[in-house]
Write a protein that binds this ligand. Structure first.
Ligand code: VG1
Ligand code: CO
Length: 543
């Protein structure tokens, strides 16, 4: 066993984005690239002597190699113990649960989430802190600063260890515990939901299709849905995690989960459809011929959470990211609890959850979760929906119809323009930013602009400020356009256009979403000059 100190030079561009550092696999495979970033994490944490870590990932291509490197580096940096999921697998919410349960210093999560995997596709890495959640900006900034000055890293000369069998191993003096990736997570779910009621639901013939998209959630969904809850075999499809997700994007949206949408809108639709993403933190939910917009799902889950044992005493508050629709705010108002509006990315929910100011959080991008972990949690959302369906004895369309009749409906859609030229995208944003203040008071297509700004957030717990978080144009009608650039892509720039229109209870609640939003869609194009600047006549993805 030799401790090696390897000379290295900084790589440019190792700045963590919305959710960690995401690059092409080929970028990560450059000499020392991954090691530089890992050592920068360790340096930013002030050294690792005696600390403990959880390490795991979504199983994508390069996951295994990366874990072996990280283990040897952790050992060389003095880490005393690491918990690793068998075969290097841990869904993002499970990693969060394990960090919390075993009170480790933190964890390294290897995932590029919904991005495609394979030798020519994407890889990612992020650090989660001891609360189980993504490192806040002050830590990601410190890591980035380290990447710019790094000159060497520590690694142990030690053979790769066997990650396929459970149990205690050694890397140098460091203990490595290869754990069952599902067990701790499943145990936590059993404390939150009425498994007996959900079992009866399945026993009575309720049919679910869960599409794990050949990604990390497969083993969790099989063990919990088909195992503990008795759903028939075959309920979970694409349940085997594959390094390239079977050549698909593990992104649960109408484009990449098309087979599920086709089934749910077809003649033999089961009662419920659901899917999760590459690392298992996202979810979508569909009823027969009804896709529940993620913003609506957040609102409906919050309104009904008290039906599940883990939330029986009620919610402290509801938090949503700024681009997420205001549907959840209406539930918070009715419950008499606070509603919080944060920037995009789960790291901004951590403080609110830790301070017990919010219990349920969500994002329009198919992410919902609660204070049970510090990440969004795809399977959690599916289980909460099942618990609610069982308790109310109603199907999803009926639950959503009643929800809209009570709260009104926030018609909502996101239009993504992917792989744009970066300069062109930045110019578009700058031009719109430059004219925001002049828009206020003006009338376009019958809609008057009530306010327009570049969203900045002051964390109510620690006072930290995050600016430049998305351009928003709010109309007097309550309708809204939000535009921002993605912070998770690895190729060019992705423009995200978020569209919202509120229809009060008693109004027209049954419209087709894109038709309901037609004016906002036209206005977004007009104000941001999307077609003229990008040459794109339509978005790459509509969700
Ligand atoms: C996207 C989503 C955001 C989410 C993030 C990470 O970020 O919009 O809501 O938190 O992905 O999700 P961006 O910057 O590309 O819009 V995941 O499932 O990749 O960990
Ligand atoms: Co994800």
């Amino acid at each position: 066993m030799t401790l090696q100190t390897i000379d290295t030079k900084p790589y440019e561009g190792q700045k963590p984005g919305t959710s960690g550092l995401r690059k092409k696999v080929k970028v990560f495979q450059q000499p020392h690239y991954l090691a530089n970033f890992v050592q920068s994490i360790f340096n930013a944490l002030g050294g690792m002597t005696g600390k403990t870590l959880v390490v795991g990932g979504d199983g994508r291509y390069y996951n295994r190699e990366a874990i072996q490197i990280i283990l040897k580096m952790a050992a060389a940096n003095g880490v005393s113990r690491v918990l690793v999921g068998r075969n290097g697998l841990l869904s993002t919410p499970a990693a969060s649960a394990v960090i919390r349960k075993y009170r480790t210093t933190g964890g390294i999560v290897l995932s590029a989430s919904h991005n495609p995997g394979g030798p020519d596709e994407d890889f990612g890495i992020k650090y989660n802190i001891g609360n189980g959640g993504p490192a806040p900006e002050k830590i990601t900034d410190a890591i980035f600063a380290e990447t710019k000055t790094i000159s060497n890293y520590n690694i142990l000369d030690w053979p790769d260890i066997d990650l396929a069998t459970l149990g205690d191993k050694l890397v140098g003096d460091m203990a490595v515990d290869v754990i069952d990736p599902v067990a701790d997570y499943q145990e936590l779910m059993q404390t939150l939901f009425d498994f007996r009621a959900i079992r009866s639901l399945f026993a009575s013939g309720f049919r679910l299709r869960f599409d794990a998209m050949s990604a990390a959630t497969g083993p969790y969904a099989r063990a919990i849905l088909e195992g503990a809850l008795g759903a028939p075999a075959g309920t979970v499809v694409n349940g085997e995690p594959l390094e390239d997700f079977g050549h698909h994007h593990p992104d649960p949206n109408p484009v990449h989960a098309k087979a599920l949408f086709d089934l749910m809108y077809g003649p033999d639709a089961p009662d419920m459809g659901a899917a999760s993403d590459g690392d298992g933190d996202r979810n979508i939910v569909l009823g027969k011929a009804l896709y529940v917009a993620p913003s609506d799902s957040l609102a409906a889950l919050a309104a009904n959470a008290h039906l599940a044992p883990g939330y029986r005493t009620g919610l402290k508050g509801i938090a949503r990211s700024m681009p997420t629709s205001g549907a959840a705010d209406r539930v918070a108002a009715k419950l008499g609890i606070p509603a919080f509006e944060t920037p995009t990315g789960w790291k901004f929910f951590g403080n609110l959850l830790d301070a017990d100011m919010a219990t349920i959080c969500g994002e329009e991008s198919a992410g919902t979760g609660s204070n049970h972990v510090r990440e969004k949690d795809g399977l959690w959302a599916v289980l909460l929906w099942l618990n609610i369906i069982a308790a109310r004895g109603q199907n999803i369309p009926a639950i959503m119809r009643e929800h809209w009749q009570t709260y009104g409906r926030n018609y909502y859609s996101r239009h993504d323009y992917e792989v744009l030229d970066t300069t062109l995208a930045n110019d578009l944003m700058a031009a719109l930013r430059g004219k925001l203040s002049s828009l206020v008071g003006q009338n376009f297509r019958g809609e008057t602009v009530a306010g327009a700004d570049d969203f900045a957030y002051t964390d109510p717990v620690d006072g930290s400020v995050s600016s430049g978080q998305g351009l928003r144009i709010v109309f007097e009608s309550g309708s809204r356009i939000v535009i921002r650039l993605s912070g998770t892509g690895t190729e060019g720039a992705t423009l995200r256009v978020y569209l919202e229109r509120y229809e009060p209870a008693g109004g027209n609640l049954g419209m087709e979403t894109q038709e309901a939003l037609a004016t906002m869609i036209a206005l977004a194009d007009e104000l941001a000059e999307i077609t003229s600047r990008t040459g794109r006549s339509e978005p790459s993805v509509v969700s």
